[in-house]
Design a protein around this ligand. Structure first.
Ligand SMILES: Nc1ncnc2c1ncn2[C@@H]1O[C@H](COP(=O)(O)OP(=O)(O)OP(=O)(O)O)[C@@H](O)[C@H]1O
Ligand SMILES: [Mg+2]
Length: 372
């Protein structure tokens, strides 16, 4: 018969800090189902705020070490790492008097309610072609692979990319009970204006018509429950972008840049746009950071460290760098994201790391806003 008490385990775990949230696991309510058997074997679950947590292994090891140090004679220690994604408080979904049914609103500035969507992340850039869609797709697929429920939406009327990036050019979504059913691929629920209207029709839409089409596209989709909805924004900082950013209860925005573009005014314009409408910036991703030469050395074609510097100057988290590689481009061309087609390629590893960092920033953001 073991003399180890559950309270000893609780006390030990009360010394383990959640590195990002700055408090211990017990205080944060992250430990569940502690069981100590007769022989002194211990098991419990740690409920993280995201399945993509980059600190998962570190936290697990800290738990084991803390128990070993504080509880002499303990047997085996079985830690079950699980997660429950936290919700953004920019959501009106829980106060009971949100603005339902965004259609036909005057001026189109009412917020669209997506009640079962915990977090909406906009992926933006100052200018086109820097890799927003590539980052969005790999982020979505990577979060889904970690076990999260993920949606991805593409609102680029004039050049939708999700159908091509997922190899779904001729797919048409079903409509059930007046809701558009998203298309599911690689574990991600997808919606694109490209599934619904042909590009020639979309091209003649302007201003209010374009905005209202996009609003409908977002609110009429049957997303069901989502931990993360990734929003691949059209390039630039014009009216459509501004309407979208105002229409959605965004958790925050991720800004994608290439190393040489940070010197340009465009990235700053994107920052200004989000700040003007009080959307948090989750951080900066640098894409096309370097090219790996056959001998393994790195060629910083567009200059080194621009994205990180830009993040620092603007007091924003830097979310990581993604190198240039043909596997990313081929993934886009063949409709299989590189994270799936080529998971060990340096770009895929970098892209999953970026995904983990973004999930981490979302958790930090949600913890901060939950605490007021
Ligand atoms: N890290 C990378 N390595 C190689 N090619 C890349 C990389 N990132 C993006 N690309 C390629 O660059 C092109 C532009 O990327 P992408 O479409 O993701 O940019 P975007 O910012 O979404 O563009 P737009 O502003 O037109 O929406 C694509 O052909 C893509 O495959
Ligand atoms: Mg794009």
């Amino acid at each position: 018969m073991s003399s180890i008490q559950k309270s000893q385990i609780e006390a030990a775990l009360g010394t383990v800090m959640e590195p990002d949230l700055g408090r211990d696991l017990m205080t944060l309510g992250m430990v569940q189902d502690i069981v100590v058997d007769e022989t002194g074997n211990v098991s419990f679950s740690v409920v993280l705020t995201t399945p993509a947590c980059p600190m998962k292994e570190k936290i697990k090891n800290s738990c084991i070490e803390a128990i070993k140090a504080a509880v002499p004679g303990v047997g085996s220690i079985d830690v079950n790492m699980t997660s429950k994604v936290t919700s953004s408080c920019s959501h009106g979904g829980h106060d009971g008097h949100g603005t339902h049914g965004a259609h036909g609103g005057h001026g189109g500035s009412q917020k669209i309610e997506l009640e079962n969507v915990k977090n909406i992340i906009a992926v933006a850039s100052g200018k086109g072609g820097v890799g927003k869609s590539t980052v969005s797709v790999n982020l979505a697929v990577s979060l889904a692979a970690s076990g999260a429920k993920v949606g991805l939406i593409d609102a680029d009327l004039y050049g939708p990319s999700i159908p091509t990036l997922f190899g779904l050019q001729s797919v048409k979504p079903e409509v059930k009970n007046n809701k558009i059913m998203p298309i599911e691929k690689f574990g991600v629920k997808l919606m694109s204006i490209g599934f619904l209207v042909d590009p020639e029709t979309a091209l003649i839409w302007r201003g209010p018509m374009a905005s209202s089409a996009i609003r409908q596209l977002i609110s009429d989709v049957d997303w069901q429950e989502l931990d993360y909805l990734i929003f691949d924004l059209p390039p630039g900082t014009g009216d459509i972008q501004l309407t979208l950013v105002q229409a959605l209860p965004l958790t925050g925005a991720v800004i994608v840049t290439t190393p040489q573009d940070v010197a340009l005014a465009d990235v700053s314009k994107a920052l200004t746009m989000f700040r003007k409408v009080d959307v948090s910036i989750l951080g900066v991703v640098e894409n096309m950071s370097w090219y790996e030469l056959p001998d393994g050395s790195k060629d910083y074609i567009f200059g080194k460290g621009g994205g990180e510097k830009f993040a620092k100057i603007n007091a924003l988290p830097f979310l990581g760098s993604i190198p240039i590689s043909s596997s990313i481009r081929e993934g886009g061309d063949t409709g299989t994201p590189s994270i799936i087609a080529n998971p060990d390629a340096p770009t895929s590893v970098a892209a999953s790391k970026v995904a983990g960092e973004i999930a981490r920033q979302v958790s930090i953001h949600n913890a901060a806003c939950a605490n007021g």
